[in-house]
Design a protein around this ligand. Structure first.
Ligand code: FES
Length: 104
């Protein structure tokens, strides 16, 4: 697994999220007051992007139908979808956000 720099912390203010292309995948970096998380930028319901979804604590809400996902393990709440979204390990090195990801 490679450790890839995706952004500076300053690029993603607390309470926001932003998608990046890494290794051919769209990865959503979500910066919350509880930490920085990385998930696939694709909802498991109708495969729409999660970027721009509202966040609360460690959860993100899909912008399309509002399913809530736990950013820590990708699990959804409710019955709209029971499929998790994929999560990726994140580390902070200095002021840089690093992503642990399998590159092709
Ligand atoms: S596409 Fe995300 S909840 Fe439907």
């Amino acid at each position: 697994m490679a450790n890839v720099r995706v952004a500076a912390l300053d690029d993603i203010p607390v309470g926001t999220n932003r998608a990046f292309e890494v290794g051919g995948r769209s990865i959503l970096i979500a910066r919350t007051s509880h930490g920085v998380f990385a998930v696939d930028n694709q909802c498991s319901h109708a495969l729409q992007p999660l970027e721009g979804g509202k966040m609360k604590a460690v959860h993100i809400f899909c912008p399309l139908h509002g399913v809530r996902f736990d950013l820590r393990d990708g699990s959804p709440t409710g019955n709209t979808t029971r499929m998790k979204i994929r999560t990726w390990p994140v580390s902070i090195e200095g002021d840089q956000i690093m992503l642990g990801i399998d590159l092709p």
